[in-house]
Design a protein around this ligand. Structure first.
Ligand SMILES: [Zn+2]
Length: 252
């Protein structure tokens, strides 16, 4: 979190609310968030927001004069629009853009939860250079990978190179179905202000121990250091339950 569908709905809602607004001032309390910035942050002051969109997992704020603010939310970042200005005591604030309109105190805020600062902002021109590190498929993170593989009935342990033509097309269809479905779901339920926790329509991820919604088999999990992989043994691994690495470590 946040992954492609979550960044997409965030960009859409912010674009609806902010297109045409003028940036009055900028502030970066979490200065570590600013990776590189040339021109400087204050070059945004007085400029108009032309739109907000998503490229891969990045949110991009297009600003008049050919400037773009590229935001990567990493694992715990949120880009939210508020009617009130942030309290200076809010330690989650990384970047504050004060914009006109609304109550007159509107503020677009990049916030980050947790202790590790990871979200970042780049003033990019041209944009492509900053996006060069994007992989073939961007924006699909751990939660949606579990859902997509379950939808395609593919083992999470299968190598991509070993997929036959049918499996590859099932995977492609599942990506479109699950990411598209998530965005459709968010279109219905998400309004401003965007909540800290979006209502992810997950069926398998975070559902270890629950019955599979398709066949009723208990959803199994493999625990890694920083994440949990969930799958249905009946649908995805020919009935095999794969070793839970957390347990095998404890038993060593
Ligand atoms: Zn199943």
């Amino acid at each position: 979190m946040p992954e492609l569908p979550e960044v997409e709905i965030t960009a859409r809602r912010l674009s609806e609310a902010l297109t045409g607004a003028t940036i009055e001032s900028t502030l970066a309390p979490g200065i570590n968030a600013l990776k590189t910035f040339d021109p400087p942050l204050h070059a945004l002051d007085g400029r108009q927001i032309e739109g907000v969109r998503r490229i891969g997992k990045h949110a991009v704020i297009d600003v008049s004069g050919g400037l773009h603010v590229l935001v990567h939310l990493m694992s715990a970042g949120r880009l939210q629009l508020y009617d009130k200005r942030a309290s200076l005591r809010d330690r989650t604030s990384r970047l504050l853009l004060r914009v006109d309109g609304g109550s007159g105190e509107r503020e677009l805020r990049l916030r980050e939860f947790g202790t590790k600062q990871a979200a970042w902002v780049v003033g990019a021109r041209p944009l492509q250079a900053a996006l060069r590190d994007q992989r073939v498929i961007t924006g699909i993170g751990r939660s949606w990978v579990d859902e997509i593989l379950w939808t395609a009935k593919l083992s999470p342990f299968k190598r991509a190179n070993d997929l036959d033509a049918d499996e590859a097309s099932a995977l492609r269809a599942a990506i479109l179905e699950r990411l598209g479905g998530a965005i459709d779901h968010y279109e219905e339920v998400v309004t401003l202000p965007i909540p800290d926790k979006l209502p992810l329509p997950l069926e398998v991820h975070r559902h270890a121990g629950d019955p599979c919604p398709r066949c009723g088999t208990t959803i199994e999990a493999v625990h890694y250091e920083s994440y949990v992989l969930c799958y249905c043994p009946h649908d995805q691994t020919d009935g095999r339950v794969l070793k839970d690495r957390r347990l095998s470590r404890l038993l060593k």
